[in-house]
Design a protein around this ligand. Sequence first.
Ligand code: SME
Length: 164
Amino acid sequence: MNAQFCLWYNHTMNKYINEQIRSFLEEPDMIAALANVSAVIAQNYDRLNWSGFYFVKNGELILGPFQGKVACVHIPFDKGVCGKCYRDAAVQCIDDVLAFPGHIACDSASRSELCVPIIVNGTVVGEIDLDSPEKERFGEDEVREMMQAAADIADAWQKHHWPN
Ligand code: SME
């Protein structure tokens, strides 16, 4: 496989990740749909050790469906990369989690992290969270694709009347 083919193939895979995610968001059951979305991300992105969700509930972030090792169930809004994503309602693309003050290490292998808010009617209702054992794993492509995924999840949220 030559380098040009690799580039083309990776581009093609990435091009389809959002279409795959949208197809799983047709499922009205929130847990079923988002369990598959976490799997789609894990299958499409290499060098990940965790992909999943946190949702806002009772004044904190609570673990949702995911792929990877067991993770913290409760994250206060003032803690970690996930807390900052919530407070700022903004994407956190952390090249080196060891240099991020307050990073919560669910898996000591994690080295970089991408956290994207899911915003419904101007309110953060949850987050997509990805971890990698490689420093600087996440770049423009992953940020763009996960922001699109978060927007599609926000649409599904309203369409399917989640979180009920
Ligand atoms: N690293 C996150 C905690 C969640 S795990 O990565 C799954 C944080 O610092 O908020």
